[in-house]
Design a protein around this ligand. Structure first.
Ligand code: NDP
Length: 255
């Protein structure tokens, strides 16, 4: 993918939650297209494994950081700027879910999901904005969900956070267009990761329901998100901003 509209040579990308699942799938795609990657996560063992995979494609560093902590985010961004020289791409991918109906979810659980999935995107986007301005533009890719569109009895805070991500994306797209920063959301369908392994254990019949509703008739893999990450990080998408693009094997277009 080098030397074309998808070329990311010389670009630096921060991928939160880039040490596993969808984040690592996207990080591998970005690295393949030439970007240098900063993998941000809390689990340093997972991050070291991810760096070993990314190193085969180019340069990558791991930065330990809890993305819900404003001070930690500020030092993470400062370290990436210092060690990698610039910031061009931010993927706000870190996320968790606590599966309970609204009447059973306590305020601590609500706060923790909203802070991890939504507030973190605000903190990281705000923190990288000056660095992106400094290099004349940037790309922000926020990870939503099918829960950005649909409801589910077991995901009140998660759905609120993922609906919020789409609106937050639009706000950044409007606010920072003049800085040549494009912000877009990606809405993955059901992807096989640690997060959904737990969902399959917790929700009876989920596996079969997903297969039945997805026209592609399979669960997605983290690698299925690599192409959209490269597209939205590259000059090929310079006139696309504020969108929310499903990557779902057709899940969202079936009744
Ligand atoms: P994983 O559990 O595999 O990955 C989540 C990542 O987020 C982990 O790498 C974790 O790293 C990181 N993370 C969580 N909390 C924090 C935190 N406070 N600070 C820093 N990093 C954090 O799940 P997925 O890959 O499935 O999920 C990735 C994103 O995709 C999430 O936003 C999720 O909501 C979304 N998504 C997933 C779908 C799916 O079907 N799998 C469908 C739609 C959306 P660490 O453990 O090191 O903290």
């Amino acid at each position: 993918m080098k030397d074309g509209p998808f070329d990311l040579s010389g670009k630096v990308a921060i991928v939160t939650g880039g040490n596993g699942g969808i984040g690592l799938g996207m990080a591998l795609g970005l690295a393949e297209a030439g970007a240098t990657i900063a993998v941000v996560g809390r689990n340093e063992v997972k991050s070291a494994d991810a760096i070993a995979q990314l190193d085969q494609r180019g340069t990558a560093i791991a930065v330990a950081c809890d993305v819900t902590d404003k001070a930690a985010v500020a030092s993470m961004v400062a370290r990436v700027s210092r060690e990698l020289g610039r910031i061009d791409i931010l993927v706000n991918n870190a996320g968790i879910n606590i599966r309970k109906p609204p009447h059973a979810l306590d305020i601590g659980e609500w706060d923790s999901v909203i802070q991890t999935n939504l507030t973190s995107a605000f903190l990281c986007s705000q923190a990288v904005h000056p660095a992106m301005k400094q290099v004349g533009g940037g790309k922000i890719i926020n990870i939503g969900s099918m829960m950005s569109i649909f409801g589910a009895s077991f995901a009140p805070a998660y759905a609120a956070s993922k609906g919020g991500i789409v609106q937050f994306t639009r706000a950044c797209a409007c606010a920072w267009a003049a800085d040549n920063i494009q912000a877009n959301a990606v809405l993955p369908g059901w992807i096989d990761t640690d997060l959904t392994k737990r969902a399959r254990e917790q929700i009876d019949g989920l596996h079969e329901r997903v297969l039945a509703r997805t026209p592609a008739a399979r669960w997605g893999t983290p690698g299925d998100l690599a192409g959209i990450a490269v597209f939205l990080a590259s000059p090929a998408s310079d006139f696309i901003t504020g969108t929310a693009i499903p990557v779902d094997g057709g899940y969202s277009i079936t009744a």
